[in-house]
Design a protein around this ligand. Structure first.
Ligand code: C2E
Ligand code: MG
Ligand code: MG
Length: 616
């Protein structure tokens, strides 16, 4: 970005001061020249010049303040402003030259005084523009020096000398102040670590671009780049290495962006923002920015050698198109953020383009989040129980599942609200509710003489790692259960969440196993965990994910089910198939050694009263 751009507003304000000065000094000249010459023509010329210049200055100011100018228009405006400034100072020199032509000595004094005044004013007002202020100063002072030299005599020579010194001092002072201003400006608009533009810089640029686009009807894309797991580098290798990595990443992004005529800034932390060149169609803009983002991801992912470490990092990129539909820079930034966040959710190291469905989804999530806060308090949630049967068709257990019915949202699937509650921490409260109420049911059934072989409860990994979890489980067991009932409990954890902190996970599992609780790996086959994890975890059961049964007619999925069954056999784990919906599936599973079946074919998840009826 042209650093001048940030000074345009400043120059614009100075123009007003110059107009006021011209209007103040102009009449003095008009009056004096009239008074001493009694010739109407010179004062009339002055009058014309002063009025014309002031009017033009006012127009320039209005163009700038009211015009919502684009970047290019601002550059054009600045050229005009410069011409205006040169003209106004040339006018003063002209006034000076004409006045010293006069034989009236008082006019000379006024001319000298105003010329000196003009020099000091130009050095002060134009300090933001080094070239402009130096040039103006010199062109104002030379006539003065020449004048003194022509007048001759000791005092005049001394005054000429004094004028030269004054000119040098003013230039020096103006340049010094200018340097300081530029430095300050640079710091205010740049990031100290990477030397890229900062958020402030980017927001100005973005707002300018939006204004331009509104006029040109072109399209630009806004790309938000966030490094994946950067925190790990910082936490494990220290902030110095983290900083060095950021600098190198910034260099790579900057290099690619410059080649692509794009601007890049660091918004903070490990977040960078890029503004592309403009394109005349929306589709082209999307296509080009996706292509560019791919190159960028590739470049970012190449190895970094920092001190003795070889590092690798990926990034997630969210793209939104500045499409002239609205002019709020913050909204565009938020859209890019939503897209970037979505890219993270989809496994990071990827690119996502913002679209309305994404926005609606986020809106829905926010709505869920807002209403979920009151769900427990308003007693909007309850538990249901889905029967689990052995291959002979006997009910041997159940899975406890949570339901939420809200006035505004209707029935919300746990598949939607559980992830939300996990991300905002509400899962701890919700999880406690599930544990307490399911334990109560288990006890009620036991007291009523219903004894199951297993009773499965889903436990979110976030809840699992919560510091008070084991204590809470022990307290609830103490309150509601006995040893026999404890041995019926199965905690289901999902495969997707296991990959992190496996050692800690195993420690907690072992602690709970001491109480007789068993563990099941839920949704097996859909997550990331490797066979070695499976071997290490103290598991008792595997649940084949229902998606394998949903595509049951496909040969590959049948093979997959068989494979999972044989893995379970090797690892000596019981297998539950969830999502059984047909007789054919039931027979296939039974024939291939699956132990327990669960699905709509037998029963949907039902209320506890219905469950009792179902059993009998
Ligand atoms: P999950 O633990 O894998 O639960 C099985 C899901 O499969 C349940 O969906 C159940 O209703 C559904 N299902 C069972 N049989 C069939 C069938 O034959 N066909 C089809 N299409 N679906 C079947 P639900 O109740 O919507 O739960 C979805 C997920 O939400 C659960 O998946 C679990 O991950 C989570 N969840 C539910 N309740 C809780 C809870 O109390 N705590 C936690 N942490 N998560 C829960
Ligand atoms: Mg489950
Ligand atoms: Mg499941």
């Amino acid at each position: 970005m042209n650093i001048n751009m940030n000074f345009y507003g400043f120059i614009n304000r100075q123009i007003l001061i110059l107009i006021l000065l011209t209007l103040a000094i102009g009449p003095l000249y008009i009056y004096m020249s009239w008074f001493y010459t009694l010739d109407i023509s010179i004062p009339l010329i002055w009058f014309g010049v002063v009025i014309l210049l002031s009017a033009y200055g006012c127009k320039l100011r209005r163009d700038y303040t009211k015009g919502n100018l684009s970047l290019q228009e601002k550059d054009e405006w600045f050229i005009k402003a410069r011409v205006f400034l040169y003209t106004i100072f040339s006018m003063w020199t002209l006034m000076f030259l004409i006045s010293i032509e006069s034989s009236i000595i008082e006019l000379h004094y006024i001319a000298i005084a105003t010329q000196l005044g003009a020099a000091i004013i130009s050095a002060t007002l134009l300090v933001s523009q080094k070239k402009l202020s130096t040039f103006t100063l010199i062109s104002l002072m030379i006539p003065l020096v020449v004048y003194f030299l022509i007048v001759g005599g000791l005092y005049a020579y001394l005054l000429a000398f004094f004028s030269v010194i004054l000119c040098v001092v003013l230039i020096y002072a103006a340049n010094n102040t200018n340097k300081y201003l530029q430095q300050n400006r640079f710091q205010a608009f740049h990031d100290y670590l990477t030397q890229l533009g900062n958020r402030h810089f980017f927001m100005e640029l973005l707002e300018d671009t939006i204004q331009t686009q509104m006029k040109t009807q072109e399209y630009t894309s806004l790309m938000l780049v966030d490094l994946d797991n950067f925190k790990i580098v910082n936490d494990s290798l220290g902030h110095d290495i983290g900083d060095e990595l950021l600098i190198e990443v910034a260099d790579r992004i900057y290099e690619l962006s410059s080649k692509n005529n794009s601007y890049v800034a660091r918004l903070g932390g490990d977040e960078f923002c890029i503004l592309s060149a403009s394109y005349d169609s929306f589709e082209k803009c999307v296509q080009e920015s996706e292509q560019f983002s791919k190159h960028l991801l590739k470049a970012v992912k190449e190895i970094y050698v920092i001190k003795e470490y070889e590092l690798y990092i990926s990034a997630s990129i969210g793209i939104t198109i500045i499409d002239n539909l609205h002019d709020d820079a913050n909204i565009f930034l938020k859209e890019a953020d939503i897209a970037m966040y979505e890219a993270k959710i989809h496994g990071k190291d990827g690119i996502m383009v913002f679209n309305q469905e994404l926005a609606d989804e986020i809106k829905k999530k926010l709505e869920i989040e807002r209403l979920l806060h009151f769900a427990l308090e308003k007693e909007e949630v309850h538990l249901v129980y889905q029967p689990q049967l052995n291959v002979l068709g006997k009910v041997i257990g159940c899975e406890v599942l949570l339901r939420w019915q809200n006035n505004l949202l209707g029935k919300v699937s746990p598949e939607h609200f559980i992830p939300v509650s996990e991300s905002n921490g509400l899962i701890i409260e919700i999880g406690d509710y599930v544990l307490e109420n399911s334990f109560k049911t288990l006890r009620e059934w036991y007291d009523a003489g219903i004894i199951l072989e297993q009773f499965s409860v889903n436990i979110s990994i976030r809840q699992f790692f919560h510091p008070g979890f084991v204590k809470q489980v022990k307290a609830l067991i103490h309150q509601y259960l006995n040893d026999t009932l404890c041995s019926k409990l199965i905690f289901e954890i999902t495969e997707t969440s296991v990959a992190d902190s496996i050692d800690e996970l195993i420690a907690i599992m072992l602690e709970l196993k001491k109480l007789g609780i068993r563990f099941s790996m839920d949704d097996f086959g859909t997550g990331y965990s490797s066979l070695s994890y499976l071997k290490r975890l103290p598991l008792d059961e595997l649940k084949i994910d229902k998606s394998f049964l949903a595509n049951f007619d496909e040969v590959n999925d049948k093979k997959m089910i068989k494979t999972i069954l044989s893995i379970a056999e090797i690892l000596n784990l019981t297998v539950v198939a969830e999502g059984v919906e047909s007789k054919e599936q039931q027979e296939f599973l039974a024939a291939n050694g699956c132990d327990v079946l669960q699905g709509f074919y037998f029963s949907k998840p039902i209320l506890k009263e219905e469950f009792i009826k179902f059993i009998s």
